[in-house]
Design a protein around this ligand. Structure first.
Ligand SMILES: C[S@@+](CC[C@H](N)C(=O)[O-])C[C@H]1O[C@@H](n2cnc3c(N)ncnc32)[C@H](O)[C@@H]1O
Length: 277
């Protein structure tokens, strides 16, 4: 068989998985908070033998962000890890930050993060929906805070992204900065799960669990950021390509590394608010 034909056949074969994907994803709760809470309630292991799709079990990805964080985060400010999940990044951040507060919408994620972080004194966790109006207020006490957010915006719809961004602006005030890192895979859901090793024959277990229990994620890059970052409220300080490291089990048939996007933002006080303050 000629190679263009072979290529077309294998590209087409990928789509045979579609009915299976639709069947699996039907069981995911429609309510996002409930979906996240049930997902975390069912997780038995994290770290090096993780059941969690986006858990590489290593701090390698965070080490790649260290220079950017050092350039922009005021080291005296607390860090709020928004959508902290089981707290792996919160714990790694606590090693070089004065205080870290992990926040997640799922009570079960927060409970797990707390139990995995026992003995880390400068780290605490709070259950909170960060899309709720005013959710940022007081989270880090009276002071401005830096915000770290990884893998959260791409799982929200645009309205929730915008609501969350407004809460982040309240949190960072004038001195804090937001660092975000998100998956920015530019393909359709079949191409996304194929990249992570799913085929008609087999779907890696952490990926299958996420498909069964969670809403299908989107992607988040410069265009998506621009749509929820009004320039009178935010200044983009730095951005670029990132690599999101997921569970190494994905490497058996696919690639655990997902193309991503990072950005650093500074909050602005809109002129009208400044006048009425
Ligand atoms: C893909 S996971 C990433 C977890 C963690 N940031 C990490 O990288 O390991 C997304 C996390 O965001 C949380 N989340 C989703 N919606 C949220 C919301 N509205 N407010 C706070 N957390 C939320 C989920 O419960 C989940 O733990």
């Amino acid at each position: 068989m000629s190679s263009p034909l072979k290529h077309a056949r294998s590209a087409w074969r990928k789509y045979l998985i579609l009915p299976k994907l639709i069947r699996l994803s039907r069981s995911a709760p429609k309510d996002r908070t409930e979906a996240w809470n049930r997902y975390w309630a069912g997780i038995g292991s994290t770290g090096t033998s993780s059941e969690v799709l986006w858990d590489s079990g290593s701090d390698n990805e965070l080490r790649g962000y260290r220079d950017v964080l050092a350039r922009h985060f005021d080291p005296d400010l607390p860090v709020v890890d928004v959508g902290c999940g089981h707290g792996a990044f919160s714990r790694a951040l606590a090693a070089f930050s004065p205080q870290v507060i992990g926040v997640d919408v799922a009570d079960h994620a927060v409970a797990r993060a707390r139990s995995e972080s026992a003995g880390v004194d400068n780290l605490s966790f709070v259950a909170c929906d960060m899309t709720r109006p005013g959710a940022g207020a007081g989270l880090a006490g009276p002071t401005d805070a830096n915000v770290f957010i990884r893998g959260v915006l791409h799982v929200l719809d645009t309205a929730d992204q915008a609501a969350l961004m407004e809460n982040l602006r309240q949190l960072v005030g004038g001195r804090g900065r937001v660092f975000l890192a998100e998956t920015n895979f530019r393909g359709n859901p079949v191409e996304y799960v194929s990249h992570l090793g799913a085929s008609l024959r087999r779907i890696p277990a952490p990926l299958e669990l996420a498909i069964r229990k969670l809403p299908m994620p989107g992607h988040f890059g410069p265009d998506e950021l621009a749509a929820v970052m009004p320039t009178e409220r935010w200044t983009l300080v730095e951005d670029g390509a990132a690599t999101i490291e997921t569970n190494p089990l994905m490497d058996a048939d696919g690639d655990s590394r997902i193309p991503g996007y990072f950005a650093v933002l500074k909050g602005e006080t809109p002129a009208q608010e400044a006048l009425s303050a």
